[in-house]
Write a protein that binds this ligand. Structure first.
Ligand SMILES: Nc1ncnc2c1ncn2[C@@H]1O[C@H](COP(=O)(O)OP(=O)(O)OP(=O)(O)O)[C@@H](O)[C@H]1O
Length: 284
C-alpha cells in the first residue's frame, strides 16, 4: 500500500429517504496498520466495512487513495455452480493473477486453511465452516493491500482461525492495512494499532485500553549486524523493540504475530539470528 486510504465526511444511508446509518465519518488508514471496528448490533459496522471495501459507495463524502482491496463479507454466497478451486482460480484471475498463478494460490490457501480435501467440492455442497474457508481464501489469494474482514473468523475451526490471524500479520508486515470486525473482544489480542467504536452514526477512536483484554505476548531476543537497524518490516510487527547491547535487540510481539516476526527475521538480508523466544512470564 503506497499511501493512505482516506474517508472524508463519509455518510451512508439506504435509499434516498432512509435514515443516515453513518454520517461525517473521517478515517485514514496508513500502510501497515491493523484496525479493529466495534460497536453494538445494528450500529453500522458492516455498512462501514462495505464502504471501506469499495463494495458500497458512500452516499456523501469522499473515499480517496483506494489500494488493491479484498473483502470477506459477513455472509458469503456459497450457492454458485463452481467447485471451490474453480471459483478461487476464477477470482484470482479477476484480481489480476495469471490462470496458473491463480490456481497455485487457490491450492495453497485451501491447504493453509485445512480445506484442501474440499478443493473439488461444489460450493453449494460445502459445510458452513468449509464455505467460510473459501470466503477467506478468496480474499487472501492476491495478497491485497487492504484486507477488510467482517466476522471472518466465525465458523472457522481453531487451526483455520489461527491461520487467518497469521495471514493478517503477514498483510500488515508487508505494508498492507487490515480492518476487521469480530464479536470476540480477544481477537488478535492487543495487536490492533487502533480501535474504533461505531456509535450514533459516527466513529469514535478508543483511547482507553481498559475494555480490551491485553493478548498474550512473546519476547524474542535477536542479534543482527552492529550499527544496522532492525529490518523495516519488523517495526510494523512488534509491540516494542529495545536495543539491549550493540546489535542485540529485545522484541515483544503479540503472540498471533510471532510466526510472522520469526519468518521476517530469518528471511531478512542478511538474516538475523534468533537467540531465544519466550512467553513474557518466562522471560522476566
Ligand atoms: N441493504 C440494506 N438496506 C437497508 N437497510 C440496511 C441495509 N444494510 C444495513 N441496513 C441497516 O443499516 C443499519 C446498520 O446495519 P449494519 O449491518 O451496518 O450494522 P452492524 O453494526 O454491522 O450490525 P450487526 O452487528 O448486527 O452485524 C441497520 O439499521 C440495518 O438495518
Amino acid at each position: 500500500m503506497q499511501r493512505e486510504l482516506r474517508l472524508d465526511h463519509v455518510g451512508r444511508r439506504y435509499g434516498p429517504r432512509g435514515p443516515w446509518v453513518l454520517r461525517g465519518v473521517d478515517l485514514s488508514l496508513a500502510p501497515g496498520t491493523l484496525v479493529r471496528v466495534e460497536g453494538a448490533n445494528g450500529t453500522g459496522k458492516s455498512t462501514l466495512l462495505r464502504v471501506l471495501a469499495g463494495i458500497d459507495a458512500p452516499t456523501e463524502g469522499r473515499v480517496t487513495g483506494r489500494p488493491r482491496t479484498a473483502y470477506v463479507p459477513e455472509r458469503f454466497p456459497p450457492a454458485l455452480p463452481f467447485t471451490a478451486v474453480r471459483y478461487l482460480t476464477h477470482l484470482g484471475t479477476v484480481h489480476g493473477l495469471s490462470r496458473r498463478a491463480a490456481a497455485h494460490a487457490a491450492g495453497q490457501w485451501l491447504e493453509r486453511l485445512g480445506a484442501a480435501a474440499y478443493a473439488g467440492t461444489p460450493l453449494a455442497r460445502l459445510s458452513k465452516g468449509s464455505s467460510q474457508k473459501v470466503a477467506v481464501a478468496q480474499a487472501l489469494l492476491a495478497e491485497p493491500e487492504l484486507l477488510v474482514l467482517d466476522e471472518a473468523w466465525t465458523g472457522l475451526d481453531a487451526d483455520a482461525r489461527a491461520e487467518l490471524e497469521r495471514a493478517v500479520a503477514e498483510r500488515t508486515a508487508s505494508g498492507g492495512a487490515v480492518v476487521f470486525v469480530d464479536h470476540d473482544p480477544r481477537r488478535l489480542g492487543d495487536a490492533p494499532d487502533a480501535t474504533y467504536t461505531v456509535r450514533e452514526g459516527t466513529l469514535h477512536r478508543r483511547t482507553d485500553h481498559t475494555g480490551a483484554p491485553a493478548g498474550p505476548r512473546v519476547a524474542v531476543r535477536v542479534r543482527g549486524p552492529v550499527g544496522g537497524g532492525l529490518p523495516a518490516d519488523v517495526h510494523r510487527i512488534v509491540a516494542s523493540a529495545e536495543e539491549t547491547a550493540p546489535g542485540a535487540h529485545l522484541l515483544t510481539v503479540p503472540a498471533s504475530h510471532s510466526d510472522v516476526l520469526l519468518r521476517t527475521l530469518l528471511t531478512a538480508r542478511p538474516p538475523w539470528h534468533v537467540v531465544s523466544v519466550h512467553a513474557p512470564e518466562e522471560h522476566r
